[in-house]
Design a protein around this ligand. Structure first.
Ligand code: HEM
Length: 518
């Protein structure tokens, strides 16, 4: 006897008089009602004290997906009040245990390799976009080596060459953009900043050929590939969404594009004006066991770097310009700071200048406190994990989730957390000082029990932080040299939009600009 017939039993003799579609509809409705009742009763009657408390939900499978998806931080805060720092919720059938506060950050970021896996949490989203054999499509020790190679290409020497390239791209963009004509105007940041970020990252880190290609076919490939980077693929990797075919084609073409550049560079090592970009850095390397990195893997690493840096830097630049427009006196102070370092008629910006601009650096730090681009950092649980002071055991198959953005906005750790105040960092030491550890890609700070971790921590910590600071610092410095800013309308920074993978302001996120020297 099928499930449907069991559910239709209460209809008794009337079953025969109803048409099939009506019976199916009634059966489906009955099925939903029964599963909601069973789900609610099981939550009320069978509480497992050994496991973290479950966020109450009516619908099995969907659980708290909608409330979490609409505003993850509001969801975390409401449940932290009810359950404390550790609780579980259902996200499209997956059991996700949220671990809040500095201890929660430490628990997730410092989880042992045998206990947690980032690879299993992310691979179905990232591997079709980055390509095979890299990042989350290889054993963790390989990723650690890949990160080490990437880091070799992110040195002070390379940053020195990048700053003028980045500034040049921003100036050129401003000159050509339809939004910057005349002495003043309004510009939608969500339209221009993605372009400025990719132009600056490509001209510096990715290499001249990639930047040149962005004026042609590469832009369309990037767009198609980017389609694959959406939350639906995170949850339903198996679903044949129409964009995924284009993603796969774009991934293959883009990898080919990088491999062709590698071939050309090898044939004529001086042809591509041997600049210090990441592609030169990754070519012709071998892993510790002697296996050479294939050109395909290099291409896939370049794609991974492009995607990892693009969304995060784009979101941070956009939020920075919005907060500066909200408080124009900070823009004035930033300009003054530049004049102190680079002269009254400021000379071209150099890498060494950036370190002498504490306000600029603190503005970026403060933006990353209020708007870390990644709100939820996940790992799949591989072996039972005990939450020490609570006594909970999180079983294998669950996911653990850290949200350093929640502790960074908690009154307990930051006074007036909702206020944008770069000066709160004036007397704070660099968070990377203190004890360090090497997971295989260089020494990093060991302290992961911090309320402020926009770049993550532990073995999966970001390797792009310094580059991001150089890129953001150069872009913001160039904008503040050229313009004064203000916010249109009610003068308020637009609220976050959580529908994409990255926390962005709600479009168009416009700011008004006025040229300093019309
Ligand atoms: C990892 C944030 C820019 C490359 C991470 C993680 C965070 C993060 C939170 C840890 C993810 C996890 O633990 O699951 C940021 C922010 C950025 C930024 C806030 C800018 C404001 C960049 C840039 C690059 C980059 C520019 C490349 C040049 C990477 C890589 C990883 C990483 C390769 C390692 C992933 C792993 O080991 O699993 N980033 N990132 N990031 N990021 Fe960034």
């Amino acid at each position: 006897m099928g499930v449907l017939s069991v559910l239709l039993m209460p209809l008794g003799p009337w079953q025969g008089e109803l048409s099939t579609p009506v019976l199916v509809a009634v059966g489906t409705f009955a099925f939903i009602v029964v599963s909601v009742v069973v789900n609610v009763l099981s939550q009320l009657l069978f509480k497992d004290k050994a496991k973290p408390p479950m966020v109450f939900h009516y619908f099995p499978f969907f659980g708290s997906t909608v409330v979490y998806g609409m505003d993850p931080y509001a969801f975390f805060e409401a449940n932290q009040k009810k359950h404390g720092d550790v609780f579980t919720f259902i996200l499209l059938g997956k059991k996700i245990t949220v671990c809040l506060g500095p201890q929660g950050n430490d628990f997730v970021f410092n989880g042992k390799l045998a206990e947690v896996s980032a690879e299993e949490a992310y691979t179905h989203l990232t591997t079709p976009v980055f390509g095979e054999g890299v990042v989350y499509d290889c054993p963790n020790h390989r990723l650690m080596e890949q990160k080490k190679f990437m880091k070799f290409g992110l040195t002070i020497e390379t940053f020195k060459t990048y700053v003028p390239l980045i500034v040049d791209q921003v100036e050129d963009y401003i000159k050509k953009s339809k939004y910057f004509k005349g002495g003043k105007g309004t510009v939608p940041l969500t339209e221009i900043i993605p372009e400025i970020t990719i132009f600056t990252a490509s001209r510096s880190l990715q290499g001249k050929e990639v930047r040149d290609a962005l004026d042609g076919s590469f832009a369309a490939l990037y767009h198609d590939l980017d389609l694959g980077f959406n939350p639906m693929n995170f949850m339903f990797p198996w679903f044949p969404f129409p964009g995924n075919k284009r993603r796969d084609a774009a991934q293959r073409k883009m990898a080919r594009f990088y491999m062709d550049i590698i071939q050309r560079r090898r044939k004529d090592p001086n042809s591509a004006a041997k600049e210090q970009d990441m592609l030169w850095n990754l070519m012709d390397r071998s892993y510790k066991d002697g296996t050479p990195i294939s050109d395909k893997e290099v291409a896939h690493m370049m794609i991974a770097l492009l995607m990892a840096g693009q969304h995060t830097s784009m979101a941070t630049t956009t939020w920075t310009l919005l907060h500066l427009a909200e408080q124009p006196h900070i823009v004035a102070d930033l300009y003054k700071e530049q004049q102190e370092v680079c002269g009254l008629e400021p000379r071209p910006l150099a890498y060494d200048d950036l370190a002498k601009m504490p306000l600029l650096n603190n503005v970026i730090r403060e933006v990353l406190r209020m708007h870390p681009p990644i709100h939820s950092i996940m790992r799949k649980v591989k072996a039972p994990m005990t939450v020490k002071d609570k006594g909970y055991v999180i079983p294998p198959g669950y996911h653990v989730l850290a949200a350093p953005g929640a502790s960074a906005m908690d009154e307990k750790y930051f006074k007036n957390p909702k206020e944008f105040d770069p000066h709160r960092w004036d007397a704070v030491e660099d968070e990377d000082s203190g004890e360090t550890f090497d997971f295989g890609f260089g020494l990093i700070s060991k302290g992961t029990a911090s309320p402020y971790l926009p770049f993550g921590a532990g073995r999966h910590r970001c390797i792009g932080e310094q580059f991001a600071n150089v890129q953001l610092g150069s872009i913001i410095a160039t904008f503040t040299r050229e313009f004064e800013f203000a916010l249109p309308g009610d003068g308020k920074v637009p609220p976050p939009d959580y529908t994409s993978m990255i926390t962005l302001p709600t479009p168009p996120a416009s700011v008004m600009w006025k040229r300093r020297n019309p």
